[in-house]
Ligand binder design. Structure first.
Ligand SMILES: [Zn+2]
Length: 59
């Protein structure tokens, strides 16, 4: 197993393309999940797209 800092993909759903991740994001938002974003995984072993929470905005 490769340990990665920050956003790990463990337990998260993987998508091959941004479109698929975006579609998943829209479904989660429809269920009430807000502040979600689709991002490309930084794990080279994964190299997929995930849907995660946006970082809290600092004002
Ligand atoms: Zn991943």
């Amino acid at each position: 197993m490769i340990r990665t800092k920050g956003r790990a993909c463990t337990g998260k759903r993987r998508h091959d393309t941004w479109e698929q991740a975006e579609d998943h994001r829209q479904r989660l938002i429809a269920k009430g999940g807000v502040r979600l974003t689709a991002y490309q995984c930084r794990n080279r072993a994964c190299h997929g797209w995930h849907v995660g929470h946006l970082p809290k905005p600092r004002t």
